[in-house]
Design a protein around this ligand. Structure first.
Ligand code: GLU
Length: 267
C-alpha cells in the first residue's frame, strides 16, 4: 500500500485562535485527498482542532474563569470536557465536506500511550489497514477527552510520525503556518531563510527549531522536527509545507522534485 499521512494543525484549520473552522481549507484537503486516492494512494489525516473549536463553540467568555483556575488539574479537566464538543464539530465538518467527493471518513481517537504497547500497536495497524482496504479515510486525533497526557505534553506531530512509521508510510506531510524550517524564527525575523532539504537532524537543526512556536496550535516547529527525526529513522520521507499551499499536496506526492517552497527531510 502506498500510504500518505497528512497532518494538519489547529492554526491551519481554523480562522484564528479559538475561532471557527476554515471550511475552504477542509474542502481543499478533501479535494487533494480524492486526487491521491484516485491515483492509488491510501491517505490518513491526523487533524487537531478539538480544543480550539470547542472553546469557540462554547464561548471563551463562558470559560475564562475555569481555564484561568490556579489548579492545573481543574484546568486540564475543563479542557478535556471542551474537546468533547470540538471533536464533534471537527468530525461533522470532515464528514459533510468529504461526502461531496464521495469519500467516507472514519473517526479514530488514539491514546498516545497505546502506541508504545505492541498489542495495541498491532490492533491500531490492523484497523487502519482494513479502513484503507474498504476505502475509508481515517481522521485521527489524540483521545483528548479521556487521556489528559495529550493535551499537556503530547502533540499530534508525534502522533502523526508514530502512525507514519507504524504503517510504513511513503511520506508524512505536515501542514504548517510557515513554509518549513528556517535558519531563524520567521515570525520574528523577516530576513529568515527557508532550509529546503534536511538529510540529517543534528543539534544544529534542533536548535533552529527550538525557538519557534505557532498561534493556537501546540506543536510549533520543534515538535515537527522531532516528528521528522522519528520518520527519518524509519525511512519515511517528511515534507513540511505551508497550509496556504494545500492545493499542491498531490503534486508533491506524485513528483518529489515539484518546485514548491517547503522543507523536505529524507536520509
Ligand atoms: N489534540 C489537540 C486538539 O485536537 C491538538 C494537539 C496538537 O495541536 O498537537 O485540539
Amino acid at each position: 500500500m502506498k500510504i500518505i499521512v497528512l497532518k494538519i494543525g489547529t492554526t491551519s484549520i481554523t480562522k484564528g485562535t479559538n475561532k471557527g473552522i476554515n471550511y475552504s481549507v477542509i474542502n481543499q484537503l478533501a479535494c487533494e485527498t480524492d486526487i491521491l486516492r484516485q491515483a492509488g494512494y491510501k491517505v490518513l489525516i491526523v487533524s487537531s482542532g478539538a480544543m480550539g473549536l470547542g472553546i469557540n463553540r462554547i464561548g471563551r467568555e463562558n470559560l475564562e474563569s475555569k481555564l484561568n483556575s490556579q489548579d492545573t488539574s481543574v484546568v486540564r479537566s475543563y479542557k478535556q470536557a471542551i474537546t468533547s464538543v470540538g471533536q464533534v464539530e471537527l468530525m461533522k465538518t470532515y464528514e459533510n465536506i468529504f461526502k461531496y467527493y464521495d469519500v467516507n471518513v472514519g473517526q479514530v481517537l488514539i491514546a498516545h500511550k497505546g502506541l508504545h504497547d505492541k498489542d495495541r500497536d498491532a490492533t491500531i495497524k490492523n484497523t487502519l489497514e482494513k479502513m484503507f482496504e474498504i476505502d475509508i479515510i481515517p481522521i485521527v486525533n489524540a483521545n483528548d477527552t479521556v487521556s489528559s497526557a495529550e493535551l499537556e505534553y503530547g502533540d499530534n506531530d508525534s502522533l502523526a510520525a508514530r502512525l507514519a512509521t507504524l504503517l510504513g508510510a511513503k511520506s508524512l506531510i505536515i501542514l504548517s503556518d510557515v513554509k518549513g524550517l528556517y535558519d531563524k524564527d520567521p515570525h520574528k525575523y523577516p530576513d529568515a531563510q527557508l532550509i529546503k532539504t534536511v538529510n540529517k537532524i543534528d543539534e544544529k537543526i534542533l536548535d533552529l527549531a527550538g525557538e519557534s512556536s505557532s498561534g493556537s496550535g501546540m506543536g510549533g516547529m520543534y515538535s515537527k522536527i522531532l516528528a521528522a527525526q522519528m520518520c527519518m529513522n524509519a525511512g519515511v520521507k517528511v515534507e513540511i509545507l505551508c497550509a496556504d499551499h494545500i492545493k499542491k499536496i498531490s503534486e508533491i506526492v506524485k513528483d518529489p522534485a515539484y518546485d514548491l517552497e517547503r522543507t523536505s527531510f529524507s536520509n
